[in-house]
Design a protein around this ligand. Structure first.
Ligand code: HEC
Length: 462
């Protein structure tokens, strides 16, 4: 049967909801059976007949939706098989029990009493196991026992499966907080104790280095001989490319991070900042941890006017919704040095607009006047526009601005007093500008503000 995959998934996602029907019905049936054990009653028999029929039917629907859901792939296949077979067994056994009631009809005596008893007990038992396997599919096998006081505490697999929430870059470990979560998301489904494809385990530092069938997985400091790196850098249609089976490949950013980890020695316990990341790598990591989104997390805005979004798109802007609920917008225009955006259309989304990128758009000082009303901005990129500090005189109303990129503009040190007085500013990019480092009056620069004056900038203190 050929179904539209999106529609399959749409219906399939009702599975986790629907499975509670047979679970509830069978649990209720169990209670009635216990009552009837003490005292036979024709009414209870009627109720049980209906309950077992409903359990069989809702079990059937659960199987159907479960099958559609699994068509999306990404599940550990052995557990999936057990869960599926268990589910089918529950539905079939429920049908068998229902049939024994159907044959019994109005008679007080049970037809096939042994068959019925076995059916009831095994249906309930299968239901419990099926539920457990279903949980293992969605949460991983160790979900139930992970926080048990008896669980092994030094399990690196568990450390990798629960990515820590990172609040600032300096506290993050490169292997544990960056490399492991990437492998966990993209590789471990096939390279765990349960599967171990290619004899390769990707659940601990030692195993990752050790490798599988074909020898060393990662050779610290050596990309060329690291099998892991070779597999992720092949062309996607190569038969040895990882991940296989059309699973979502690593993003360029994730690849770059793994590459960096191997090059810097594939250490297990080194902080991200120990490797002195350059500005580009820092930005990658900041995005990886969503730190840039955390800055705007507390900011809420009403839904943007669809007509205003249309106007942006028609004027050549790219628009991204940043958070699911906050209605916040990232808007980009890349003029590629030859076209200039119409900045007046931005005012209509001024409450939602938190990130604005206007790189290389031929903007001049007078154009920046249009930015003055955009008071929700946290981040503004004006790099590579022919602007000077005169244009910056339109920015002081941007009291939320934390990040301002003026690289490649004509701004001089005369603009600094004005820029450094922006109350929220944390980072100001000024490389390849007319700012003369020798003439900067550092006493006027607030301690929380970092001036980035060269491309290969390093974090303060690292
Ligand atoms: C869909 C299942 C699947 C996923 C997901 C997957 N792999 Fe594999 N992997 C395999 C299979 C199957 C083999 C064995 C066949 C082969 O060598 O190509 C294998 C083999 C390997 C090998 C070679 C081991 C050896 O020594 O021969 C490496 C390295 C590897 N995988 C790395 C990765 C990495 C890194 C990821 C995540 C980006 C990943 N795999 C994701 C299925 C998978």
């Amino acid at each position: 049967m050929q179904l539209n995959p999106e529609f399959s998934l749409f219906v399939g996602r009702f599975h986790p909801l629907l499975v509670h029907l047979p679970i509830g019905l069978l649990s209720f049936a169990m209670v009635l059976h216990l009552v009837q054990w003490k005292k036979k009653s024709a009414r209870l028999t009627d109720a049980l007949t209906i309950l077992w029929l409903l359990a069989a039917v809702s079990g059937g629907l659960s199987i159907l939706t479960g099958w559609l859901l699994s068509s999306g792939g990404g599940y550990e296949s052995q557990t999936l098989e057990r869960h599926r077979n268990g589910g089918i067994l529950v539905a079939v056994l429920s049908m068998v029990v229902f049939i024994t009631y159907l044959i019994q009809g109005k008679s007080q005596r049970s037809a096939f009493p042994i068959l019925r008893l076995v059916g009831i007990v095994s249906a309930i038992g299968s239901m419990i196991l099926t539920g457990h396997w279903g949980g293992a599919l969605t949460h991983g096998g160790a979900y139930l026992t992970e926080y048990s006081p008896f669980a092994a505490s030094d399990s690196t697999a568990a450390a990798g499966s629960t990515a820590r929430q990172i609040r600032d870059l300096d506290s993050a470990y490169l292997f544990e907080d960056v490399v492991m979560p990437i492998l966990q998301a993209k590789c471990v489904s096939c390279h765990s104790e349960e599967k171990k494809k290619g004899e390769y385990l990707l659940t601990s530092h030692a195993a990752i280095l050790q490798g599988g069938k074909s020898g060393a997985g990662v050779v610290p400091g050596n990309l060329a001989t690291s099998e892991l790196y070779r597999r992720i850098s092949l062309p996607e249609d190569h038969k040895e490319f990882m991940p296989t089976d059309g699973k979502t490949p690593l993003t360029d950013e994730q690849k770059a991070i793994l590459e960096w980890w191997i090059e810097t020695g594939a250490h297990q316990r080194q902080r991200v900042t120990a490797f002195v990341p350059n500005a580009k790598r820092r930005d990658e990591l900041v995005r990886f941890f969503g730190l840039d989104q955390q800055a705007v997390a507390g900011h809420v805005a009403p839904a943007p006017d669809p007509a205003a979004i249309d106007a942006l798109l028609q004027n050549g802007y790219r628009v991204n919704l940043l958070t699911q609920t906050g209605n916040l917008l990232e808007v980009k225009f890349n003029g590629k040095g030859s076209s200039k955006p119409d900045l007046s259309v931005l005012t209509a989304v001024k409450q939602q607009l938190v990130w604005l990128q206007l790189e290389n758009c031929q903007l001049e000082d007078a154009d920046l006047q249009a930015l003055a009303p955009l008071t929700s901005l946290f981040k503004l990129n004006l790099n590579r526009n022919p602007i000077t500090e005169k244009g910056c005189s339109f920015l002081p109303q941007l009291t939320k601005l934390e990040y301002l990129n003026l690289y490649g503009t004509q701004v001089t040190e005369a603009g600094l007093p004005l820029l450094t007085s922006l109350p929220s500013l944390k980072k100001l990019y000024l490389w390849e500008t007319k700012v003369d480092q020798a003439k900067i009056d550092s006493s006027g620069i607030p301690p929380k503000l970092e001036l980035v004056l060269a491309l290969e900038s390093q974090a303060p203190g690292s």
